[in-house]
Design a protein around this ligand. Structure first.
Ligand SMILES: Nc1ncnc2c1ncn2[C@@H]1O[C@H](COP(=O)(O)OP(=O)(O)O)[C@@H](O)[C@H]1O
Ligand SMILES: [Mg+2]
Length: 297
């Protein structure tokens, strides 16, 4: 979605960093910008809000002591690298108000060496210890979810965060078995029984739990447990849920070559009825730890 750069921080020991910013395609193929000027401004402001939100979420959870997420090092505004002064819109050419051209957010974060789980899970070294690796991964992710799902005061209301967009493309694997959760741009805050802007409904077809169908804004914490099940199902079967439709049934019968303890955890997380899933990340983590012990013998 965005534009990403690997960069060296010249002010800080030439540390490698990742810079994330917004992208607005230009040229004749810029279908995403076939707007009126008001629609273009709304689109620009929404993209900016999401990146600003990602920074806030990262800083918040790093400050709370989570360390297998990237640290946000810096955040600044500068000239947009992809926004053009003029676009071909629905009703002819329109001009972007100039204040938007020089005011695009850039999020600088820690660069994590590794590869995304989607690639790592294909490697023989990873598959040789599949149960151990996947239950180790699930334990780390559930530790993060326990923290995110904890109710907190937000003004007069209480609410909690839902990660919302778990999938193998949003997990980095380093040294075969160290996991980092990335991409906090999809995290949403659930307040008053409903997820909130700017990220309400940021879900990925295939991994999303069935209760989201037509009701994306009403999901609760158990949605994350399903997406973890779907992520593990993808890793075991090597079948991409995105190829199976928007809300596919991920067949438990295809979970082959893993221990029964591991399979049971995945199958329960994938229950289509949220009440049949684990009631919380903490409850799921208990079974994951038991499955991890069994895998380690
Ligand atoms: N902190 C990081 N360190 C190293 N690579 C990263 C980091 N964050 C993202 N990436 C790489 O960039 C890709 C896209 O990043 P992501 O945050 O998921 O953006 P998007 O919102 O476009 O999905 C990831 O799949 C990963 O390969
Ligand atoms: Mg991503």
């Amino acid at each position: 979605m965005g534009l990403l750069f690997e960069a060296l921080d010249t002010r800080c020991a030439e540390n490698k960093v990742l810079i994330k910013t917004t992208r607005y395609d230009a040229g004749p193929r810029a279908r995403a910008m076939r707007y009126t000027v008001d629609e273009a401004v709304a689109h620009i402001e929404q993209s900016r809000r999401i990146l600003e939100w990602e920074k806030k979420v990262l800083v918040r959870f790093r400050n709370e002591g989570l360390n297998n997420i990237p640290s946000a090092n810096h955040f600044f505004y500068d000239r947009s690298l992809t926004l053009d002064p003029a676009y071909e819109g629905k009703f002819g050419q329109y001009n972007i108000p100039s204040k938007y051209l020089s005011n695009e957010p850039f999020l600088v974060m820690e660069y994590i060496e590794g590869e995304i789980l989607e690639d790592a899970m294909k490697r023989p070294e990873f598959r040789a210890r599949l149960d151990e690796n996947l239950m180790g991964l699930a334990r780390e992710l559930l530790t993060i979810f326990i923290r995110m799902h904890r109710e907190k005061d937000f003004g007069p209301n209480t609410g909690y965060f839902i990660y919302q967009d778990l999938k193998p493309a949003n997990i980095l694997v380093s040294h075969h078995d160290y996991f980092t959760l990335i991409d906090f741009g999809g995290v949403t805050l659930r307040l008053g029984g409903k997820t909130t802007d700017p990220t309400a409904g940021c879900i990925t077809p295939g991994y999303a739990a069935p209760e989201a169908e037509g009701r994306e804004a009403y999901i609760d914490s158990r949605f994350d447990l399903y997406t973890l099940g779907a992520t593990l199902w993808h890793a075991v079967t090597q079948k991409d849920p995105r190829d199976l439709g928007e809300f596919p049934r991920l067949d438990p019968g295809q979970l082959k070559g893993i221990r029964p303890e591991t399979a049971r955890v995945i199958v329960r997380a994938l229950s289509s009825n949220p009440d049949a899933r684990y009631p919380s990340a903490a409850e799921m983590r208990k079974d994951v730890i038991a499955a991890l012990r069994a895998a380690r013998g």
